[in-house]
Ligand binder design. Structure first.
Ligand code: G4P
Length: 526
């Protein structure tokens, strides 16, 4: 990938089962990155078979690991960042969303906005990420399209502007009316990727009556008249600032409507945005390379304990072999073997530009939140760590291996796999997760990668909060007086482990100058 093409970096957000994997696959198909549907899954299965810890993923039938897929379409390089759909891994998903410039929100026509859709949307909203909406599974009976628009508008407080409108639903679904180009896009019922496109001279064109059964033609006209009265016209600026979403309808499994989403991304999704650092805004067209690590993935190959750090390039022209400054440590890191991801394959990245994601193999030097630059000491902001909602204590069932447990836990924490806390008193380790499944994945990894059998047990602690204060005397008083419930996280930050909600409230009352937070930014700006 040496030739420069504009980049568009996006993610698909969806509640599990809405059709994210299917849409991903079909986008790759249209983008020419794979030749036939089913390849993503087939390769995924082969890859999973190679990796032991991913057995958990296989057994539970969920997708835990997320990856990056790059493909070209009509002169634009798209980077699609996959996000794990299962709610237990939402923390990872949140971080992935810090690395994209736009998102496609997939809804199941029968379900509308679901819990996970809402959570993910809220993360996008925090960063004003523009969103295209794809209402999927139109080949099944579902909610009335007007109700769906209303649902999006009310639940997400987002203006909706349909780009296409469905004709029929379920067994009667025949295609869509393209409201932007005034044309009928009819589903090719014989399968295949090519829809039948019929230009119309507006919604009253008699051609529509020739092509559609009369009741569908009548309904389409009524609907379109209503949309044009009720819905705001598409406004690019409102889309780009995240306050309006264009809505497409389709059926990913039937290839229908996917091309329109891709064209939509091509035409209106933004190119790389400016990124905030503590010091200044970084513009994508600056000459020097800057970027941040938003994800670490270990054991893509369990035989080599390598980790891949996923770095989003924010500016400059990265070239293979470059030396970059790791701002947190002040050390120079040489990057001789960066990788890029094409569909599910990796290849060496010779060049990369703002918006691209490169994978940097390393042995643990790189951490989530790290900023890499050509020398400038800046720190990108906005990469969150969340207070875990579940806490357990962990011990090795083999006493001889106990002393290595800390290492294994730290390594997993640095990769963002879970939170790990070392209480000031005692030899116990506390592990925090956002969902229970994370414990299973951890136990599996610690056993397979580090050869340490572990057990998770209930703990007396109920929740964790990061602690800070502008007043060092308060900080000292707090840590001295509460030694039994003070711990450090893997970065050495002070954490308060509360025994119950009363305990948590009491601490805020007893130490008014103390700041207790549920999220911590990975900024290393100490
Ligand atoms: P996810 O990644 O969001 O979890 O969803 P995924 O794409 O895996 O899709 C979930 C299920 O919905 C799959 O069925 C998939 O085939 C089906 N699906 C996706 N798009 C459409 C569509 O447009 N119409 C219909 N009718 N179904 C759709 P499954 O039975 O769980 O898996 P599979 O055996 O078909 O792969």
């Amino acid at each position: 990938m040496t030739k420069f093409q504009p980049r568009k970096t996006f993610a698909i957000i969806a509640h599990p089962d809405a059709g994210k994997t299917t849409l991903t696959e079909k986008l790759l198909l249209f983008g020419g990155a794979i030749q036939q549907a089913g390849e993503v899954k087939a390769k995924g299965e082969r890859r999973r078979a190679r990796s032991d810890w991913m057995k958990v993923e296989q057994e539970r039938g969920i997708s835990v690991a997320s990856s990056v897929m790059t493909f070209d379409y009509n002169g634009i390089s798209f980077n699609l960042l996959d996000t794990p759909g299962h709610e237990d891994f939402s923390e990872d998903t949140y971080r992935v969303l810090t690395a994209v410039d736009s998102a496609v929100m997939v809804l199941d026509v029968a379900k509308g906005i679901e819990t996970q859709t809402k959570k993910l949307f809220e993360v996008c909203r925090l960063r004003n990420i523009p969103i295209l909406t794809f209402i999927n599974k139109m080949d099944r009976e579902g909610l009335d399209p007007f109700m769906l628009l209303d649902d999006i508008e009310k639940t997400l407080a987002l203006d909706v502007s349909p780009a296409s409108w469905p004709i029929g639903m379920g067994k009667e679904f025949v295609g869509c009316y393209d409201l932007i180009n005034d044309q009928l896009i009819l589903m090719n019922k014989k399968g295949g990727a090519n829809d039948i496109i019929e230009k119309a001279k507006g919604i009253d064109d008699p051609k529509i009556d020739e092509l559609l059964p009369s009741h569908l033609a009548v309904k389409l006209r009524e609907d379109v008249t209503m949309i044009r009265e009720l819905c705001p016209a598409f406004d690019l600026e409102s889309f780009l600032n995240g306050s309006m979403t264009p809505v497409f309808f389709g059926s990913a499994v039937n290839n229908f409507g996917v091309k329109e989403v891709l064209e939509g991304l091509h035409d209106i999704a933004p190119t790389p945005r400016k990124q905030s650092t503590i010091e200044r805004l970084v513009s994508p067209d600056e000459n020097k390379v800057t970027g941040f690590v938003f994800k670490i993935q270990a054991n893509m190959d369990p035989k080599h304990r390598d980790r891949i750090a996923f770095m989003r390039i924010c500016s400059g022209h990265f070239k293979r072999g470059m030396k970059l400054l790791q701002v947190r440590t002040g050390k120079e890191i040489k990057v001789p073997t960066p990788v890029m991801f094409l569909a599910q394959d990796r290849e060496l990245a010779e060049d990369a530009f703002a918006g691209d994601i490169i994978g940097i193999p390393n042995h643990g030097q790189l951490r989530i939140g790290d900023t890499l630059t050509e020398g400038e000491k800046i720190q990108f902001t906005g990469i969150p760590t969340f207070a875990p909602e579940l806490l357990k204590s962990v011990r090795s069932t083999d006493p001889l291996k106990s002393k290595h447990l800390g290492n294994a836990l730290m390594q997993i924490a640095e990769e963002g796999g879970a939170s790990v806390f070392k209480p000031t008193i005692g030899a116990e380790w506390i592990v925090g997760a956002v969902g229970t499944l994370q414990f299973d994945v951890m136990a599996d990894r610690i056993k397979n990668e580090f050869n340490i059998p572990v057990m998770f047990e209930p703990t007396q602690y109920y929740t964790a909060r990061w602690v800070s204060s502008d007043d060092s005397a308060t900080m000292k008083k707090f840590t001295d007086e509460n030694r039994t419930c003070v711990a450090e996280d893997h970065d050495g930050e002070v954490v308060f482990l509360a025994r119950n909600s009363w305990h948590l409230n009491k601490m805020s009352e007893d130490y008014p100058k103390l700041v207790l937070t549920k999220t911590r930014e990975q900024t290393f700006n100490k």
